[in-house]
Write a protein that binds this ligand. Structure first.
Ligand SMILES: C[S@@+](CC[C@H](N)C(=O)[O-])C[C@H]1O[C@@H](n2cnc3c(N)ncnc32)[C@H](O)[C@@H]1O
Length: 277
């Protein structure tokens, strides 16, 4: 597991604020994805698996007040920040016990990139076992090959970002995990597997709302680890500053999700071709 909230930025408080601002920025688009997939029917029981500090859990509970949204995580300190109902789980623990009802929807947001392919395989199997027949899993995660656009562009920064990405990969993080998920979910026996994409853009949000994604503060630790020089860090900071102060700047960030359905016992297993919304 390549995620430790204490190591993701200058401090734990900083990372908690980043998670909050990230959820604030993209929740509307993510809710649109969920509601379109569920064709307007709100599920009654949902699991937010790997809910962290609950930035998404809380927003989903507000959006769907009649739904029970259970937040689950392996990190008890993060989970302590989430209002009940919550569930502290072991990394390979069953997600639903005999006395509990199955879930109609399991959401896994920005967790898969931090897991090894083996751990993800275990997660998909456990999700299937915890879902009602016909229940859905929605995985929201990163695809660095299709992250979006920032205008004005500064191509001279690309080698720096490539080095950051290579460092994250060496640390066990998969920044293009979304591309692997359809095959993994099909192999776990899910049906109707589809990739979904939406976006959030500065035409509807202030530029500063994109800070959790574009400010280099989260990479400050890479200077200490000698992945970046102080001069490179200063260049990233100057580039973000110049986007922020440019009245013609434009940012559009893509939100990637993969959806799959748990087959009912009577459903013959078939898959729909992958589509992009
Ligand atoms: C980047 S945080 C995302 C938190 C939250 N989903 C959000 O979007 O704000 C990743 C979370 O996944 C949790 N996690 C990692 N491996 C997990 C596993 N096997 N089962 C459940 N949670 C896991 C971590 O403890 C951490 O809280």
């Amino acid at each position: 597991m390549s995620y430790d909230p204490k190591d993701m930025g200058p401090s734990l408080a900083w990372e908690l604020r980043r998670l909050e601002r990230q959820a604030e920025l993209s929740f509307e688009a993510e809710l649109r994805i969920l509601e379109k997939l569920l064709t307007g029917r709100t599920p009654s029981r949902v699991l937010d698996l790997g809910c962290g500090s609950g930035a998404f859990t809380r927003r989903l509970r507000d959006a769907w007040p009649a739904t029970t949204v259970v937040g689950a995580d392996i990190d008890g300190d993060m989970l302590a920040l989430v209002a009940e109902p919550t569930k502290l789980i072991g990394p390979d623990e069953t997600l639903v016990h005999e006395s509990e009802s199955a879930y109609e929807l399991i959401i896994i947001r920005y967790v898969a990139q931090h897991l090894s392919p083996e751990s993800r395989g275990s997660m998909w199997a456990r999700c299937r076992a915890a879902l009602a027949e016909g229940g859905h899993v929605v995985v929201i995660d990163v695809d660095d090959s299709d992250w979006g656009t920032v205008q004005p562009q500064d191509h001279t920064l690309e080698p720096i970002y490539q080095r950051i990405s290579a460092f994250q990969t060496r640390g066990g993080s998969d920044r293009s995990v979304v591309g692997h998920l359809p095959d993994e979910l099909k192999a776990a026996g899910f049906i109707e597997v589809s990739r979904v994409r939406d976006h959030v853009a500065s035409s509807t949000r202030p530029i500063d709302d994109f800070e959790p994604h574009l400010s280099p503060t989260r990479h400050a630790g890479l200077v200490v680890q000698k992945v970046l020089s102080l001069a490179e860090m200063a260049r990233l900071a100057a580039a973000w500053q110049s986007v922020r102060s440019d009245p013609d700047a434009f940012i559009s960030l893509n939100i990637h999700a993969v959806h799959a359905t748990n087959p009912s016992q009577t459903t013959s297993v078939h898959t729909r071709p992958e589509g992009v919304m």
